[in-house]
Ligand binder design. Structure first.
Ligand code: FUB
Length: 323
């Protein structure tokens, strides 16, 4: 391939790409940004997405195909608005689409929809996954077949409103010298439709084993979790939000703790940065978005990919998006 740092498609705006290889093809599950004229704010009100389209590539030289609408908000009984960053997992002949959206009370929850095809159409469950909250689900199936969902996002994503275990509309981030509000992880049931049991905040620690501080904005978790396994280690990666980095932390268990390692991607054009990491034919790729097509309008994004490389010691070589 193909250093493809160009938008994968340009006929629609796309963001938050979750890439997977199914049957030797690459499938990308993005959000579908709408080109409205609304103002941006810290609550993410400008991200008014209503549906999902699945993109696919027969190989990395092939044209990217938009397989059309795979799920629309109107067909999800519990959703009121804002279908944000999705992910897909495959198990036992079924593709499971995980997606966040606001419920009828305006609270972000995680839903799931199923299909027997990787491009859908997907049929949503009647209700959201019980006990889930906040945004940005990413599902990882370990070598032993156990599946884990990672999720959470601050500010518009409401993660900090769940610190007490129930929704507090006035809940805020912790003080700068207190531990960060960590992302969530929960194992999924065998049927992949609900959490199995515990749903806990993940601990991300520094080189001394101390939990990252809420004020450590260059390193603390903001949103956009992803999990991949490389040489037997669990790589938990995420966006730092306010400082616009994609970073990663490594651990020995899929549920953490994870030790902060460094940056994957320097800031891109646009406020948000969001990614996935996938292996294809023995090489690793970072899928991400920026706002190239709209010249920097934060809610009109486009997905891209580039190759991702590791050093001998397993560390990731930081990518400069425009060099
Ligand atoms: O696309 C809406 C939100 O923007 C996502 O959920 C976040 O990760 C950020 O990319």
């Amino acid at each position: 391939m193909a250093e493809q740092r160009r938008p994968l498609v340009s006929h629609i705006f796309t963001a938050d790409p979750s890439a997977h290889v199914f049957n030797d093809k690459i499938y990308v599950y993005p959000s579908h940004d709408l080109a409205h004229e609304g103002e941006d704010n810290d609550n993410g009100d400008e991200y008014l997405m209503e549906d999902y389209h699945v993109l696919s590539l027969d190989n990395l030289e092939a044209e990217c195909v938009d397989n059309g609408e795979a799920l629309h908000m109107k067909d999800v009984p519990w959703v009121s608005k804002q279908m944000w960053a999705p992910d897909v997992a495959y198990k036992n002949g079924t593709y499971y689409l995980y997606f966040p959206a606001r419920d009828k009370d305006g609270i972000f929850r995680i839903g799931v929809a199923t299909s027997d095809s990787p491009v859908g159409p997907f049929k949503a469950q009647e209700n959201y996954m019980q006990g889930t909250f906040s945004i940005d689900p990413a599902v990882f199936i370990d070598d032993d077949g156990r599946a884990y969902m990672y999720n959470g996002g601050l500010w518009g994503g409401q993660l900090e409103k769940w610190k007490t275990g129930s929704f507090d509309p006035n809940g805020g981030e912790n003080a700068p010298d207190e531990p960060e509000v960590g992302p969530m992880v929960g194992e999924l049931r065998d049927d992949m439709l609900e959490l199995k049991g515990s749903y806990e905040h993940i601990k991300i620690v520094d080189e001394n084993g101390v939990e990252l501080r809420a004020g450590d904005e260059d390193r603390r978790y903001f949103e956009d979790p992803w999990m991949h396994k490389y040489n037997g280690k669990y790589y938990f990666s995420y966006s730092t939000g306010t400082t616009h980095y994609l970073v990663y932390a490594v651990g020995d268990s899929p549920v953490g703790p994870f030790t902060y390692q460094g940056r994957i991607l320097e800031p891109v054009l646009g406020w948000t940065t969001h990614h996935s990491i996938v292996e294809y034919h023995g090489k690793w790729y970072l899928f991400y978005h920026d706002c190239e097509l709209s010249n920097g309008i934060n809610h009109r994004r486009n997905v891209k990919y580039t190759e991702l490389n590791y050093r001998e010691d397993g560390s990731i070589i930081t990518i400069e998006p425009y060099k």
